[in-house]
Design a protein around this ligand. Structure first.
Ligand code: ADP
Ligand code: MG
Length: 559
């Protein structure tokens, strides 16, 4: 079926609008069905041309569009297809979630296939252009856009979650990235710390974004790998993305929440994060610098936990196969053997302006240089030996539209030289922290209590997909949200808190054992002989630990 007209609307042009098109096209599958299609700066409006009264107009918001592609047909015609992921009512259950809608039109006004293809390309280009210009705006957040085309490295942990991260990627994300013309290279991790080693040594000039498809643990590896580089200051600014494929997807759930979307889980959450990646908005992400008693330093984007929360996180690893619900199962099991943990807690309240650093404190921090070279306990020692580098060949090279990543030998050329001693830069200074062996400064608050059920320092809104722990948190609020629960809380009261957390209403429970403070730095000194401390859900060395926030140190792909 032919296109009858396709021209810029003159009245719109007079008003200074650009990129406004009108045309009439046939349905991609049925020549009898014809549509009038108009493109404005904010919507693609499709109306069926029919003699019957049914002339329903459907407007697709371009802010929901990830891309538009054109191609030739089997005859002289051409096609263009626009891909939308609007919020739609769920099938069978309440609420809204992003769902894929494709609009494909047949262009055939001319005998010459090239003329038709050019017309289809013109529409596809205009739709892409208008969608990109319509980037969502987040008030108060200084967002930028990813470079186009965005050369993306996607790291997949095949063992994360229920062991289906790769299948989830191919089933839900791969096509979307093609629709959005995002060229990517998939790297399947082979062992713990593989991603960490890889980003530590990669030539980052080859990548516009580093994305992980896993749980929070793989992003922890990537961030620490970037911070271990001599050029960490630039490296950590590489836009980072997360596609939830693990059983602990707290950052993905937080990002989804920051995008002001109604709650989503599992594949819906994945689709939402895939959509954000395609839209390519980048905003700042706070990092927290964590010091352990051994002198080791880590960088964290999510949480530092001790007591109940850390125990549940680690003990529930054995229920990994059930997915995100493992935390609820772990909570119930742990409640049965609820225990009290002894230790000292101190923090720098957020309202306190940091004191100018004393010479003493400066000297202390020099005496305790942050160790960026050693991995945290429980992690496999980094080994960038040639043998291991060779193992990077397991990556799947995918080139979508552009032939930029077809050569597997670029695995080696992608590696940065191991040492660059000439332009070594110092690691970030933690100006709020004295040495761990020094007393905390006067402007810190020392908690009177020494018997705790849990201590949780969190810097995102969600601790897990269904644990909305900090209702007011944003990715870059410059705050550590410190929660602690003191001994004496009953089992039912603790369970009530966690159940209320699903709706973010735990602070309204009136529980006298729950304390919440906004802080910039925190120190924890456990005195109980045994226990577990986790950073971003990963076990770290048990013992004194302190941390401080670094506002907006990293960049995150967000909605
Ligand atoms: P989950 O949310 O399911 O726990 P994570 O992404 O947190 O998923 O990964 C769990 C752990 O697996 C992390 O400690 C991570 O460093 C580690 N890891 C990453 N890649 C691999 C791999 N290929 N094999 C084994 N462990 C891995
Ligand atoms: Mg994890």
């Amino acid at each position: 079926m032919e296109k009858d007209a396709s021209a810029p609307d003159p009245s719109r042009q007079r008003n200074g609008f650009s990129g406004v098109l009108y045309g009439e096209f046939a349905d991609a599958l049925n020549d009898e069905l014809r549509y009038s299609v108009s493109l404005t700066e904010s919507a693609l409006t499709v109306q069926r041309i029919s003699s019957s009264p049914d002339r329903t107009k459907v407007a697709f918001n371009l802010s929901d569009c990830v891309g538009c592609r054109s191609h030739t047909g089997p005859d002289t015609s051409a096609y263009f297809t626009a891909y939308f992921y609007p919020m739609k009512r769920r099938w069978m259950s309440a609420g809204l979630a992003r769902q894929r809608v494709e609009q494909c039109f047949r262009v055939a006004p001319a005998q010459d296939p090239l003329v038709n293809l050019r017309e289809a390309e013109r529409w596809a280009h205009a739709i892409r252009d208008a969608s990109e210009r319509l980037a969502p705006r987040r008030d108060g957040v200084a967002c930028t856009k990813l470079r186009r085309p965005c050369r993306t490295m996607i790291l997949v942990n095949p063992h994360s979650g229920r062991g289906q991260a790769l299948q989830l990627f191919t089933g839900h994300i791969q096509a979307m990235l093609t629709e959005a013309d995002v060229p990517y290279t998939l790297v399947i991790t082979e062992h713990q710390n593989h991603a960490r080693e890889l980003v530590r040594n990669a030539d980052l000039s080859q990548w516009d974004a580093l994305v992980i498809m896993s749980g929070d643990g793989l992003l922890f590896e990537v961030i620490n790998g970037l911070m271990e580089r001599e050029d960490w200051q630039q490296a950590i600014k590489t836009p980072l993305g997360i596609l939830p494929g693990g059983s602990g997807n707290a950052l993905a759930a937080s990002l989804h929440h920051y995008s002001q979307s109604p709650p989503a889980w599992n594949e819906e959450l994945l689709l939402s994060c895939g959509f954000m990646l395609c839209k390519g908005l980048v905003g700042p992400l706070d990092l927290v610098s964590v010091h352990l008693a051994s002198g080791q330093r880590l960088f964290s984007f999510l949480s530092l936990a001790w007591g109940f929360v850390a125990d549940v996180d680690i003990e529930s690893e054995k229920y990994r196969h059930v997915g995100a619900i493992r935390f609820l199962m772990g909570t119930l099991v742990r409640l049965a053997s609820l225990r009290v943990y002894q230790g000292r807690l101190a923090y720098l309240p957020a309202k306190e302006e940091p004191k100018p650093q004393t010479e003493n404190a400066k000297a202390t921090s020099t005496r305790h240089p942050p160790s960026l070279s050693s991995p945290p306990p429980g992690h496999v020692a980094p080994d960038a030996s040639p043998k291991q580098r060779g193992s990077l060949n397991n990556r799947i090279d995918t080139n979508l539209n552009q032939n930029s990543f077809t050569n597997t030998s670029d695995v080696i050329t992608n590696m940065r030289p191991e040492t660059q001693s000439n332009n070594k830069t110092t690691s970030p200074v933690d100006s709020l922290l004295p040495g761990l062996d020094q007393p905390v400064p006067d402007n810190w608050t020392v908690v009177n209590e020494e018997d705790f059920v849990l201590v949780l320092a969190i810097y995102q809104s969600h601790l897990a997909e269904d644990l909305w722990t900090v209702p007011g948190a944003t990715a870059d609020d410059g705050l550590i949200h410190l929660f602690y629960v003191t001994a004496g809380i009953s089992r039912p009261a603790l369970l009530r808190l966690f159940l209320a957390m699903e709706k973010g209403s735990h602070l309204a429970c009136g529980c006298p054992h729950l304390v919440y403070e906004k802080v910039r730095a925190v120190r924890l000194e456990p005195t109980s002989q045994q226990g577990m401390i986790t950073v971003d859900g990963e076990v770290v060395e048990y013992g004194p630990i302190q941390a401080q926030i670094h506002p907006g140190m990293a960049n995150l792909i967000r909605g």
